[in-house]
Design a protein around this ligand. Structure first.
Ligand code: G4P
Ligand code: NA
Ligand code: NA
Length: 189
């Protein structure tokens, strides 16, 4: 998606060798017009699928997920994060280890909002090591929901997330695919 790649080139800041800071339009301040374009693009990419619901993880997945849900006319459910070890009984949950934050989050979805045989699209802001998406896949499996695809705003192809999802035969659509960072510059695939 050229608009997104241009925005990443213009506003993204590369931190070290593997982190891209995009807090001017995605991770802190949000650009609603860009999010609307992102929602429209995911809507086109998944137009041929039967989708009942979109799942994401708080907080940064919510904006692209909601704009996509608006385009596809389906509800959006975000998994909540809870650092405490005590969880209510009536939730589907998974542990998600974050390499960038070096911490484990429990993510959970109330069972009322995810039922057996629902067709779900997973959306997230970044695909890095794939831990967040794996957590959502686990939750979908527990609920016996069907994952019809994964939509990612920014994929870092040099980390292992895409490989994990490809090996599982899951359709992944990423709007920007980063090949590498070098000397503060972003190179797309
Ligand atoms: P993973 O989900 O693919 O395994 O990623 P990882 O554990 O490496 O990343 C943990 C958090 O950092 C996730 O957000 C993920 O979206 C985000 N992240 C990963 N790589 C980058 C990057 O290059 N730049 C930025 N800005 N974020 C990255 P989170 O902890 O769920 O936080 P949030 O959704 O509340 O923002
Ligand atoms: Na995220
Ligand atoms: Na994030």
């Amino acid at each position: 998606m050229k608009l997104l790649e241009d925005r990443i080139r213009q506003d993204g800041r590369v931190l070290g060798t593997e982190v891209l800071k995009v807090d001017t339009f995605l991770n802190h301040q949000i650009d609603p017009e860009l999010m609307a374009e992102i929602g429209a693009e995911f809507g086109r990419l998944f137009a041929d699928k039967k989708i009942d619901k979109i799942l994401t993880v708080e907080s940064s997945g919510i904006a692209p997920a909601v704009f996509t849900g608006w385009v596809l006319h389906v509800p959006v459910v975000f998994a909540r994060k809870n650092k405490s070890l005590t969880l209510p009984d009536d939730v589907w949950s998974a542990n998600v280890y974050s390499f960038t934050k070096q911490a484990t989050n429990h993510i959970m979805i109330d069972r009322r909002f995810l039922k057996a045989d629902e067709n779900v699209l997973l959306i997230d802001d970044f695909l890095a090591n794939g831990q967040a998406i794996e957590g959502l896949l686990s939750i979908a499996q527990q609920a016996e929901a069907k994952v019809v695809g994964v939509g990612i705003v920014i994929e870092k192809t040099f980390q292992k997330g895409r490989k994990i999802l490809d090996e599982r035969g899951i359709k992944v659509e990423s709007l920007a695919r980063i090949k590498s960072f070098d000397d503060g510059n972003v190179f797309f695939l």
